[in-house]
Design a protein around this ligand. Structure first.
Ligand code: GLY
Length: 422
């Protein structure tokens, strides 16, 4: 089978790497890919923000299946477009992807379907800010309704800060994404990424993971796309998995079908495990990045078959087989990130890191210049390791990290700290 993966980050490198292990995948393409993906797949240029550019790449390749990595093509309706052209495509339709592309859609849907989520109010104009804030006490979560490339959520420490942030969003600081704004109750607890695969009717859970969103050790400093993640059987137990399926995943899939937008693909539930039980902070309509890297390191069954099961309506519990070994991914980011990243810096030491047992280095923002591998984005590499214990996986990942060098590199030294403490 000929497979085309859309995207060019660490998540897509992990998807390409895992799909390639399927004996049924004979050719694999990635659009646009990156320098690391280019060592494992044929990369083709593509602008993922333009449907016509994606269609052009797909027509050229004529794949048997398209796998969509990031959210923007889903929001643009790439799955609908591929289906119109008779090409099998893994992921939700544009209507179903509103669970991620519109926070107000997701919150209203959860309220209708009685899915546990923090209280919220939606506003459309500056005049509504103060009356809406009367319902909240600080800290307050301010959310842009649309996709804002990770910049759409601010935790305001006072009502004045919430009002100022909301005004800026409504006045265009995030473009169209901030046309509508939500205020949300700020809840506390431990965040867990719980992903399921669906065929529009049935669901199969993936192993859970935990992201580390802040740039600095101890969860300090500004938010990023994710500085590392790990997956281990102790994140959620059997009883909790069943609870999450019964009270969140299955009701979402049944509700979307009932409301005329059946959901196929990966549903990423961003959860806060509060003292009162799990609450949904957000849905993503795709695999998480960097969670995908450690999750797929633990997958022992054929990913292509899981994607086919979703497309063809035959998802079952047996679709995934997982290793009990924990895994961890440490993100190495460029200097300047999460602001403007320093690009063009030569990367050294990858060969030695790749020789370590149980290690896979996934590329994200990498490129080539003058025959050298160089930094080309904010998050550069996802150094991922699997081992018999979480301690061993963490030690192995950091052993690999310490072999890799580029000017300005930044990484957290405490990935998985919450579990290691426990
Ligand atoms: N790791 C969070 C995300 O993929 O959105």
């Amino acid at each position: 089978m000929k497979v085309l993966v859309l995207g060019g980050g660490g998540r897509e490198h992990a998807l390409v790497w895992k799909l390639k292990q399927s004996p049924r995948v004979t050719q694999i393409f990635c659009a646009p890919g990156n320098a690391g993906i280019a060592q494992e797949a044929t990369c083709v240029p593509c602008d993922l923000k333009r449907l016509d550019s994606i269609v052009e790449a797909a027509i050229k390749i004529s794949p048997d299946m398209v796998v969509v990595g990031p959210e923007v093509p889903l929001m643009l309706g790439v799955v609908d477009e591929m289906h119109r052209r008779g090409i099998a495509c893994f992921g939700p339709t544009q209507a179903a992807a509103q669970l991620e592309s519109s926070k107000s859609f997701a919150k209203a849907f959860m309220t209708r379907q009685r899915i546990p989520t923090p209280l919220y109010v939606q506003i459309h104009s500056v005049a509504e800010i103060r009356p809406a804030l009367a319902n909240f006490s600080a800290p307050i979560v301010v959310k842009a309704d649309g996709l804002a490339a990770g910049k759409g959520v601010v935790i305001a420490q006072s009502k004045d800060e919430a009002a100022k942030t909301a005004k800026e969003m409504l006045e265009g600081s995030l473009g169209e994404a901030g046309r509508h704004v939500l205020f949300e109750e700020c809840i506390t607890g431990e965040e867990i990424s719980f992903l399921v695969l669906s065929d529009g009717e049935r669901v199969a859970p993936l192993v859970a993971a935990q992201d580390h969103k802040r740039i600095g050790d101890g969860d300090t400093g500004p938010n990023t796309g994710g500085m590392g993640a790990y997956s281990t059987a102790t994140l959620i137990d059997e009883h909790m998995r069943e609870w999450l399926l019964r009270h969140i995943a299955r009701p979402v899939i049944a509700g979307m079908a009932e409301e005329g937008a059946p959901y196929k693909g990966i549903l990423y539930c961003g959860l806060m495990m509060t003292a009162k039980g799990p609450q949904v902070l957000e849905f993503n309509c795709r695999f998480g990045d960097p969670e995908t890297q450690p999750i797929l390191m633990r997958l022992e069954s054929d990913l292509l078959e899981a994607f086919e099961a979703s497309i063809e309506g035959r998802v079952s519990d047996g679709v995934f087989k997982w290793s009990s070994d924990p895994s961890v991914c440490v993100v190495m980011a460029a200097g300047g990130y999460p602001g403007t990243p320093e690009t063009g810096k030569a990367i050294h030491g990858l060969e030695r890191a790749a020789e370590l047992t149980g290690v896979k280095v996934f590329h994200a923002g990498t490129g080539e210049s003058g025959g050298e591998l160089v930094t080309a984005g904010g998050r550069v590499l996802g150094v991922t390791a699997r081992a018999a214990t979480l301690e061993a996986a963490v030690a192995r990942a950091y052993e690999a990290v310490h072999l890799i060098k580029f000017d300005g590199m930044q990484f957290r030294t405490d990935i998985a700290h919450r579990r290691l403490k426990k």
